[in-house]
Design a protein around this ligand. Structure first.
Ligand SMILES: [Fe+2]
Ligand SMILES: [Fe+2]
Length: 274
């Protein structure tokens, strides 16, 4: 099974790049399943139902979120009827929506997708390790699901790497999101779980985390807000992680970053390019 994950979409530039590129990527790589983190898709803050529709139309199977999950207040309402939109699993009990779901891939296989949030340098949540452990205990690889994909939305690489090793052999892949900068540490862990500390954002990299540089610089200099954070509007780089799944075990066979467009160097998953 061929699985593609794309990191945090930031604003119009990120949306445009993903919506334009994804149909071609699905075809070119013959993708079975596509997950996108959309927590910054609406002007940098959260996601609207219309944007969710656009991402599905372009070829996304599941959209994950993070600390910005509910920045668009409507999300609290519509997330309850949109099964393909996941917010962090370890949000307080009673939070609308859900943090994990089972989805059908194009090849007929069942994919469990989990979205969870870290706790180091982040707002307080329940323990992500225990929350994910509960899901994996209830749904074992090749018993409950053919593949298990975890989007771990966290700041600290230590927490991301610890979580990945904690689930190594029980999940197909753990990919980090939230820092908006792609790391070059993608690998398959000893137990067979693919890992990358951060997928990077889908946004304009001539920016501060996808935002115009003026206001971030101002806040570091003065601590006095002068205006709002506005997404940078230059051409976006589509950034993510390609995972080739061993269908017999549900573990990762091969893993590669993917970077297309914008100012970052292009990277295509060699094992999917003829
Ligand atoms: Fe983000
Ligand atoms: Fe985030």
């Amino acid at each position: 099974m061929r699985l593609l994950f794309l990191g945090d979409i930031v604003g119009r530039s990120g949306r445009k790049a993903v919506v334009e590129a994804l149909p071609g990527l699905r075809k070119r790589y013959d993708l079975d399943f596509v997950i996108i983190n959309g927590e910054n898709a609406a002007g940098g803050f959260g996601i609207t139902e219309g944007i969710l529709d656009d991402l599905h139309d372009a070829g996304a199977d599941v959209v994950t979120l993070g600390n910005h999950a509910f920045d668009q207040k409507d999300t609290l309402v519509y997330i309850e009827r949109r099964d393909t939109l996941l917010r962090p699993l370890n949000f307080p009990k009673g939070t609308p929506g859900k943090g994990a779901g089972m989805f059908k891939a194009r090849n007929g296989m069942d994919v469990l997708v989990i979205n969870a949030m870290g706790r180091v340098y982040m707002t307080e949540t329940d323990c992500p390790f225990r929350a994910i452990d509960n899901e994996l205990t209830a749904c074992r690889l090749k018993q409950g699901a053919d593949a298990v994909f975890i989007d771990f939305h966290a700041e600290a690489t230590s927490e991301k790497q610890a979580l990945a090793h904690f689930v190594d052999g029980r999940a197909t892949a753990v990919v980090g999101t939230h820092t908006h900068a792609p790391t070059s540490d993608e690998r398959v862990l000893p137990g067979g779980t693919a890992y990358m500390s951060d997928a990077g954002m889908c946004g304009d990299y001539q920016s501060v985390l996808g935002m115009d540089t003026g206001e971030p610089i101002n806040r570091f200099l003065t601590k006095i807000p002068k205006g709002r954070f506005e997404p940078a509007e230059g051409p976006a780089t589509v950034c993510g992680l390609a995972v080739d799944v061993d269908d017999k075990t549900g573990l990762a066979a091969r893993v590669s970053p993917l970077r297309i467009g914008g100012v970052l160097s292009k990277i295509e998953p060699a094992f999917w390019v003829a």
